[in-house]
Design a protein around this ligand. Structure first.
Ligand code: HEM
Ligand SMILES: [Ca+2]
Ligand SMILES: [Ca+2]
Length: 342
């Protein structure tokens, strides 16, 4: 007979596998209302992007500590890197909470990202591991480790493989994050311009909408790394556009369109890998049981074509299977509103 599992009860009454995880409940109960306003909005999106930019700063040959909090501790260097443009926002939001709760920046950044997902309907359950030490100085990794929207697919896939051993399918799955995202700085004249029509839902609309023929720019002039989108008010990154069309990634991209369960599980797997880049996971403690679950997608959020689009507007790219068929929402052509700025 196996010995009975010993669980710990935290002072708030919650049951966790490891007593050290109890310290994250007060953090959770603080940041849900006070950092995120309990919504999948600008602060949630920013926290998720920050977790990527901290974690991906790792290369076996070039240096960097991965998911180590360097983007905060060495922000005077890392925020000079062009790819980190705009991350002063989530960093300024997070620092007071890090100080208040006396946790490491590396842990907090990944915790906040995992909690942000729990606010976005349709997001999968992910892991949270604790125990990242302070980043080692004096210098962080070099510039050039964070993919840019004007990089081509080969460059992005090579960088992601170098950083975390991500496969092309992992990279495409991670881009489900762009279903709860927008850009403030690609075209700085239109901050909060979303990448899909539902930036408050972790759904597969980004995989559908980026496959549509581009016809317009949301602003007056495109930014660097921006290409035409199909929907008014929506921004399309060149990198997402190319991922949907490149022979190395187009079939994976298409496989997530309308397949919520596949997008969820592939994203969670890759996100969990990303969150521990630069660490030996056996030195970390699994505190996933602190994380709330996201609500499921509402029934009204079934995968669809935006109003005004038809299946003929899909630019088929995958050579081995047809893009799945979707029905357009009724009514006049969709215009996507900007994401309210925090
Ligand atoms: C791999 C190639 C990727 C490229 C080239 C890329 C590029 C970008 C760019 C240019 C923006 C807009 C930034 C701004 O102007 O405000 C953005 C936003 C965002 N990205 Fe990515 N990204 C990539 C992967 C990822 C990954 C792996 C994640 C997370 C798992 C992620 C999460 C986000 C989020 C949540 C936002 C929205 C931030 C906000 O609304 O404040 N991205 N990305
Ligand atoms: Ca880092
Ligand atoms: Ca969405």
């Amino acid at each position: 007979l196996a010995p009975p599992m010993r669980r710990a009860t935290c002072s708030g009454g919650q049951s966790v596998a490891n007593a050290q995880c109890c310290q994250w409940f007060p953090v959770l109960e603080d940041i849900l209302p006070n950092m995120f306003d309990n919504e999948c909005g600008d602060d949630a999106h920013g926290a998720l992007r920050l977790s990527f930019h901290d974690a991906i700063g790792f290369s076996p040959s070039k240096g960097g500590g991965g998911a180590d909090g360097s983007i905060i501790v060495f922000n005077s260097t890392e925020l000079q890197f062009p790819a980190n443009n705009g991350l002063d926002d989530p960093i300024n939001t997070e620092v007071p909470f890090i100080e208040k709760h006396n946790v490491t920046p590396g842990d907090f950044i990944q915790f906040a990202a995992a909690v942000s997902l729990s606010l976005c309907a349709g997001a999968p359950k992910v892991q949270f591991m604790m125990g990242r030490p302070m980043p080692t100085g004096p210098a962080p990794g070099p510039d050039g480790l964070v993919p840019e929207p004007f990089d081509n697919v080969d460059v992005i896939l090579a960088r992601m493989n170098d950083a975390g051993g991500f496969s092309p399918t992992d990279v495409v799955a991670l881009l489900a994050s762009h279903s709860i995202a927008g850009a403030d700085d690609v075209d700085p004249t239109i901050p909060g311009t979303p990448f899909d029509s539902t930036p408050e839902l972790f759904d597969t609309q980004v995989f559908i909408e980026v496959q549509l023929r581009g016809t317009q720019f949301p602003g007056r002039q495109p930014g660097q790394g921006e290409v035409m989108s199909a929907v008014a008010g929506e921004m399309r990154l060149q990198s997402d556009h190319l991922m949907a069309r490149d022979s190395a990634t187009s079939c994976a991209w298409q496989s997530f369109a309308g397949n919520q369960a596949a997008a969820q599980s592939a994203f969670a797997k890759a996100f969990n890998k990303m969150a521990v880049i630069g660490h030996n996971p056996t030195n970390l403690i699994d505190c996933s049981d602190v994380l709330p679950s996201a609500p499921p997608l509402p029934a009204s959020a079934a995968a669809h074509l935006p109003a005004g689009q038809s299946q003929n507007d899909i630019e088929q790219a995958c050579a081995t299977a047809p893009f799945p068929t979707f029905t357009a929402q009724p009514g006049p052509a969709t215009t996507v509103p900007a994401i309210p700025q925090a």
